[in-house]
Design a protein. Structure first.
Ligand code: NAD
Length: 495
């Protein structure tokens, strides 16, 4: 199946020292060669050259290339979605959803290509006009994580391309095949477009050393890095040391507050999708649940019953809701977190390996619910697995303060029909996260809004709203159309 799928993109992926495994059964699905320092250098130089041409192409024309890419994605959605399932282990619906996100951001970027608005600003000097213009920034490096192997690149690339930048993509070393397939579709769009510069979008394959090489290089104007907070802690100082710009999309520790007035049916469905979807491997996965004391006895048992019925298995099979973890290390991290939570007084339901006989080389797990009396150190840490920590609350202000008392600040939500609680949750003194939802789970954001989070999540914003500005440089230009040379601030400087 893999060979057929890859060949539909014109890829073989059969040579190279790096083996690619499918989390579905642990089997090898391809081999790729990593870039070495010399080839990374060549690619950066080519990217800089492509940028010099692309920045002068009118933005609506740049949008046409992204429109064509969106068409390629539409035509190949099923195949790319299947490849995402195979390589990242997401259920097929989520694999297809990820490609849909790529299509959506292309549509958004095409519209944006006619709207890269600047400002006209009133000048204090007579006969002067002042304006603010947005210019292309330069080559953009995109470093992406395994769990959104293609959409995160598209969020960045579609915007960067209409903004006039070239792109260099270093995908996760765990998911290089979906990257090669996406690039192949992009190349088809380039061919139809006709006169795009060569090497406008390139892939750099490798592990963290390859990401580090991109982060260090002064020719890379923007480094957009998605991954763990550990990665961001290492990468951000490297980019900052050369005064480069970075967009950081790092770990989350997302919460939901369920209040007495909540529609419990809706809350239950939202909890299930966001806590066990993608086997808990979304940056926006629900990890902490605060339930009001008065409804705890109703909601938590219902949740446990629903967990007991979850279809765990082959993510390509219809009906499966929970696929595998990405690898053994992810499973060991989950085991370690559950042991730590137990030692901190947590009561664990679920957890442990599933389908071991059927898939001895893959890592399927039973999603876990852990009832905690305190928000302990383990709860404050992001474990990238389906572990949901459940805590009681009595007082709304106390729930709000515990909600915010973690280092991460990505996504958050409240289930309530009480208008005051809903408003307090999204007010300045409410959730401190980049995303705050009312009666919606924390995961599954729409591309129209700016996506990202605060604190250890890194502060970056991608996708919709005015996130495009991060891929451009701002210029303030003042024109004097008078016959005099008045100085700003009324300064007299006569010679
Ligand atoms: P990871 O940090 O292990 O790797 C992410 C990427 O960074 C990979 O391409 C990796 O090769 C590269 N990398 C690692 N260390 C680096 C370094 N020092 N310098 C340069 N590049 C480096 O993350 P992962 O396991 O692939 O993904 C899971 C993590 O990503 C979770 O923490 C999750 O919350 C986070 N994530 C965040 C978002 C978001 O938008 N905030 C989205 C998806 C995933």
């Amino acid at each position: 199946m893999t060979i057929e799928l890859l060949s539909s993109f014109g890829i073989t992926a059969s040579a190279g020292a790096h083996l690619v495994h499918s989390p579905i059964d642990g089997g090898e699905i391809g081999r790729v060669a990593f870039d070495d320092a010399k080839s990374i250098e060549t690619k950066i130089a080519r990217s800089a050259q492509a940028f010099r041409i692309w920045r002068d192409v009118p933005a609506p024309r740049r949008g046409e290339l992204v429109r064509l890419f969106g068409e390629e994605l539409r035509a190949n959605k099923a195949a790319l979605g299947r490849l995402v399932t195979l390589e990242a282990g997401k259920i097929l619906q989520e694999g297809l959803g990820e490609v849909q996100e790529m299509i959506d951001i292309c549509d958004f970027a095409v519209g944006l290509s006619r709207q890269l608005y600047g400002l006209t600003i009133a000048s204090e000097r007579p006969g002067h006009r002042m304006m603010e213009t947005w210019h292309p920034a330069g080559p953009v490096a995109i470093i992406s994580a395994f769990n959104f192997p293609v959409a995160v690149w598209a969020w960045n690339a579609a915007l960067a391309l209409v903004c006039g930048d070239s792109v260099l993509w270093k995908p996760s070393e765990k998911t290089p095949l979906t990257a090669l397939a996406s690039q192949a579709l992009f190349e088809r769009a380039v061919k139809r477009f006709g006169d795009a510069p060569m090497h406008l979008s390139q892939i750099v394959l490798g592990a963290r050393e390859a990401g580090d090489a991109l982060a260090k290089d002064v020719r890379i104007a923007v480094v957009s890095a998605t991954g763990s907070t550990r990665m961001g802690r290492e990468l951000a100082p490297v980019v900052a040391a050369r005064f480069g710009k970075s967009i950081l999309e790092l770990g989350g520790n997302n919460a939901m507050i369920v209040t007495p007035s909540a529609k419990l049916e809706l809350a239950l469905r939202a909890i299930l999708f966001s806590a066990v979807g993608t086997a808990g491997q979304r940056c926006t996965s629900l990890r902490r649940l605060f339930v009001h004391d008065s409804i705890y006895g109703k909601l938590v048992p219902a949740l446990k019953t629903a967990y007991g019925k979850l279809a765990i298995g082959d993510p390509a099979a219809s009906g499966t809701l929970v696929g595998p973890l990405i690898d053994k290390q992810a499973f060991e991290n989950m085991e370690r977190a559950l042991a730590a939570a137990r030692s901190e007084g947590g009561v664990v339901s679920g957890g442990g390996r599933a389908l071991t006989q059927q898939y001895p080389n893959a890592f399927y797990v039973h999603p876990a619910i852990v009832e905690m009396s305190e928000q302990t150190a383990t709860v404050c840490h992001e474990t990238f697995a389906p572990i949901l920590y459940v805590m009681r609350y009595r007082d709304f202000a106390d729930a709000m303060s515990r909600h915010n008392a973690v280092p991460q600040g990505l996504s958050s939500c409240i289930f309530t029909t009480d208008m005051q609680e809903a408003e307090r949750f999204i007010a300045a003194s409410g959730s401190d996260c980049g995303i705050a939802n009312v009666n919606i789970g924390p995961s599954g954001a729409e591309i129209g809004g700016a996506f990202g989070g605060e604190k250890e999540t890194g502060g970056g914003r991608e996708s919709g709203s005015d996130s495009w500005k991060a891929y451009m440089r701002r210029q303030t230009a003042t024109i004097n159309y008078s016959d005099a040379l008045p100085l700003a601030q009324g300064i007299e400087f006569d010679v």
